[in-house]
Design a protein around this ligand. Sequence first.
Ligand code: 0X9
Ligand code: ZN
Length: 384
Amino acid sequence: MELIVEVTSDEPTHPLSKLLTIPLGLDVWEANANRLVVRAGEPQIDRITKMGYRIRQIVPVEKHISTFAADDAQKGYHSAASLEEGMRQLAETRPDLCALHEIGRSVEGRPIWGLQIGERNGDRRKLLFMGCHHAREWTAVEVPFLLARDLIENADTPDMSRRLTQAEIWVVPMVNPDGHEFSRTDDRLWRKNRRRNADGSIGVDPNRNYGYMWGILDVPTSSHVPSDETYVGPRAFSEPETRAVRDLVSTRKFDGLITYHSFSQLVLYPWGYTAEEIKDPVDRATHSDLARGMSECICAVHGKIYTPQPSSKLYPTAGDTTDWTYGEYGISSFTIELRPKTVEEGGFILPASEIRPAWEENRAAALHLIDRMLQAPADAAAAV
Ligand code: 0X9
Ligand code: ZN
């Protein structure tokens, strides 16, 4: 039976960070100084116990799914098909303001859609908002979609009109449509894309497949084992989903971006591949100030605390989106881990009633980033 368990340790010889270096094939859901929360089978749990860690069962996986993913829990969330329909409708309401682009196709041939909103000519800032690299993180589709809708529906208000005449904003709410569809129809907790791997297992982690420092780590949170949840793939950009993002980013010079994930309530910034800080002092300050600023904006809306921190403080990864966009292009790059904070509140399965407040608090953060990018001098996001 698969279980969701909490792992703790009060032995200095067994820090939680050490467990994250042992190849156990764990699916890591939460990672902080106090506890790890992992999805694991009984043999894995036995091994962790024998190593001297303390285990507390939170809930069997099946029970977690039946508690949070009741039949009507899908209502309120998009499918790949309804998202396409929604994006088409948005584009059609304001053809003067937006254009819908197929930026690529998934392993199974589903289109990956990007909506280009705002100024397309002259001297303008460019921002990118993406969602759903990971299939089960459904809220991460809704937040960028609602951002696109908000920008378009309020385009004629003075504040939005100012933003949209100075900025070109791209929104790609569902980078991994195959995985998302599979999580709707077969396995609510599916994470990766739907690539058939050489060993017969399925799925590459799109958020380990980007080409900056790709593959340099071989740890449970960034793994070279194809059946693992964080499988990096056979080579950088082996996946059509990451190639779609690569091709978009390499042809547009974005100044800033947010990629939405869930859960844990974090505002993350590079690096993920190393515990070292960004070397360039201006870039380092830009990232930490913007992350703190976004976190404050979020808190001001509904009081939720999203902790700003470097990605590697969560856990080490190589080949994630923001390491590549910052490392390769100098783009100010953030990963926002949305609501909730803990698995006890549903983890990846956020009640649909919380989409709206999650969006409201993240609206404030997204507009903060846009406004700061519009204020910054042209070379603020200088290449590293
Ligand atoms: O593991 C990931 O890709 C992200 N977390 S999630 O639970 N949504 O899967 C975090 C990526 C940020 N990078 C690092 N932590 N290094
Ligand atoms: Zn994710």
